[in-house]
Structure formats: structure tokens, C-alpha cells
Design a protein around this ligand. Structure first.
Ligand code: SF4
Ligand code: SF4
Length: 306
């Protein structure tokens, strides 16, 4: 997580990042797919009881939110400029040098839950955040109060104990970080705990009582793409690089690349085999035992228990 250090003060002081910034407009956008059924939290949690199925985090099953949010923030900025006259601005979403959750909390989008994500009373935590840095002084909105109370469901449910204290996350232990941001081998101690999660992890959000208020997106962009939920690990592992690029085109998963994808799926397949012998999974793993990537070979060997 070297980017945390490398951006230094730019993270804490918006004007260091974009000179001339006087105010930051924060925004949030709900992302539950439009067809999300009632009781979705329990349905999502049930996926863990089917070890041969790969679990992709809910937010990652549709279009890449970076593109959607950026385009919308850009449009909003243009409209503001039309109203106010010339405006210096820059839009961000999920950008390393921006302390996004903190800006959102300070501007009243919600409070930081014990899992560190921003929680809103009317929307839970299933939303993306974005910011517009502007060179105009705007009246600040007030922060909201916290409403976690004595709940600790997210801390208790976290499979890797990544939430080391309320509002303190050890990203190196977090399955979201390990399966998405982390580039090298997945540390051995975490592999069994990852179970069948192959891209991200929603468990702390699924456990959170506030997510009964999570909202469906108004846009089709975050609807689930075919093949990214309820899919068998063997199928996901059989994708060639071309197929991986095709099936993930325009989506956030594409960013991790085929090699990291295979690494993640291999870990899940190893966990499926440990849960019960499965000839198809074993065969699929054996077929990649000589994969050109050393990273993939090592995870396949681990999965096969070699
Ligand atoms: S995303 Fe998963 S691993 Fe990370 S803190 Fe939440 S429950 Fe733990
Ligand atoms: S699960 Fe409980 S403690 Fe964790 S963020 Fe939600 S309300 Fe707060």
C-alpha cells in the first residue's frame, strides 16, 4: 500500500492535490443491481455454503463504476459551471490521493461504520463515492452522528479479523485487498479463510443491519452481467485470457488481469477440494499445473495440496 505514503499531504489537503481548491463537493451513488430481490443479504451469504461457486463482490458484477461515476460527476460539474459561471474543478472517484470516506463523512454523507465504510441511514453502505474539487467557497454541510451503537456484527463476521478495532482496518488482512489490490502470492495463512470469494468480499456489509436500507441503483449500469454470479469455479478457471478480457470488458474485474484472476480462482478451488473431493475441480487444476505463470503454478500446486 505504498501509494498511501507516496501521496503524503496531498491526501489530507485537497489544495495540495489540485491547486486552487477551496471546497469539495461529495457525492454518493447507490449500486445494488435493479433486480436485487428482498432478502438479498441472506441470499448473498448463502453463496458461502456452495464451495464450488465463485463469489464476486456485488459492486463488481456490473459496469466499471469509475467510468459511470466519473462521467456523471463531469456532467454535474458542467451544469454547476453553467449556473455559476467559469468554474475550476476536477472530479475523482476511488482515487488513491483522495481521502474519500473521510471527506464523505465530514460532509454529512454518513458516518464511518466500525468496518470503516461510510454508512447512511437511508442507504446503508452499498454505494460508491465521488468528489468534485472546486475553486469556489461553498457553505459546508455538517457531519452526521454515528449510529453503530453497541453493534459489532462486522467485526465478528470478518473471516480474517481484518477489522482490528472499531474504524481500524488492517488492509493486509482484508480479502477485498488481497484479491484485488495485492499483486503477488496470497499469504498462506489467508488462503483457507478466503473460501470461495474470488473478487472482493462483502461479508462485513452483508452482516450490517443498516444495509436493509440499501437502495437499488436507478441505472442499468450496475446490473449483473451474465456469468459473474452463481458461476462454477471450473468454468471461471477455464477462461483463456481472451475470454477473461471479453467477459470482463467494461467491468472493474478486468483491472486485475487474467493472471491474478487465475490466482484467486485457484485459491477458491483449493478450498473447494478441502471441503470435499471433486473430480472436475481437480482435473481443471491439473490442466493448469504447467501454466506459464509462476504465480498461477504455485497457487495451483497449493490448491492440489502438492
Ligand atoms: S471485506 Fe471481508 S475481509 Fe475485508 S474487512 Fe470486510 S469482512 Fe473482513
Ligand atoms: S455491522 Fe454494526 S458495527 Fe459494523 S458498521 Fe454496521 S452497524 Fe456499525
Amino acid at each position: 500500500m505504498a501509494y498511501m505514503e507516496s501521496h503524503g499531504l496531498k491526501r489530507a489537503r485537497p489544495a495540495e492535490l489540485v491547486p486552487g481548491t477551496v471546497s469539495v463537493i461529495t457525492a454518493r451513488m447507490d449500486y445494488l443491481p435493479r433486480s436485487t430481490p428482498e432478502g438479498w443479504q441472506a441470499l448473498e451469504s448463502d453463496r458461502l455454503s456452495r464451495p464450488q461457486e465463485g463469489i464476486v463482490s456485488v459492486y463488481a458484477r456490473g459496469r466499471d463504476y469509475h467510468k459511470v461515476l466519473r462521467a456523471r460527476l463531469q456532467k454535474l460539474s458542467d451544469r454547476i459551471a453553467t449556473e455559476l459561471g467559469p468554474l475550476g474543478y476536477r472530479v475523482f472517484t476511488d482515487s488513491a490521493p483522495v481521502l474519500e470516506a473521510e471527506l464523505a463523512a465530514r460532509s454529512g454523507q454518513g458516518w464511518r461504520g466500525k468496518h470503516t465504510l461510510v454508512l447512511n441511514r437511508e442507504a446503508g453502505s452499498m454505494f460508491f463515492l465521488g468528489e468534485i474539487y472546486v475553486d469556489r467557497a461553498l457553505p459546508p454541510t455538517a457531519p452526521t452522528s454515528g449510529h453503530c451503537g453497541s453493534c459489532s456484527a462486522c467485526i465478528d463476521v470478518c473471516p480474517t479479523q481484518a477489522i482490528i478495532a472499531p474504524q481500524r482496518l488492517d488492509a493486509r488482512r482484508c480479502i477485498s485487498y488481497l484479491t484485488i489490490e495485492h499483486a503477488g502470492p496470497i499469504p498462506l495463512e489467508f488462503r483457507p479463510l478466503i473460501a470461495n470469494r474470488i473478487y472482493g468480499c462483502d461479508d462485513c456489509q452483508l452482516a450490517c443491519p443498516w444495509n436493509k436500507f440499501a437502495q437499488r441503483s436507478a441505472l442499468p449500469d450496475f446490473d449483473e452481467r451474465r456469468g459473474l454470479s452463481g458461476q462454477q469455479l471450473g468454468t471461471l478457471f477455464s477462461w483463456t485470457e481472451d475470454e477473461f478480457l471479453r467477459y470482463t470488458e467494461g467491468g472493474p474485474i478486468r483491472r486485475i488481469g487474467h493472471e491474478r484472476w487465475l490466482r484467486n480462482v485457484a485459491v477458491a478451488m483449493g478450498n473447494a477440494l478441502r471441503a470435499g473431493e471433486d473430480a472436475d475441480i481437480r482435473l481443471a487444476l491439473q490442466q493448469r499445473a504447467e501454466d506459464p505463470s509462476a504465480l498461477v503454478r504455485e497457487h495451483v500446486a497449493w490448491a492440489l495440496g502438492i
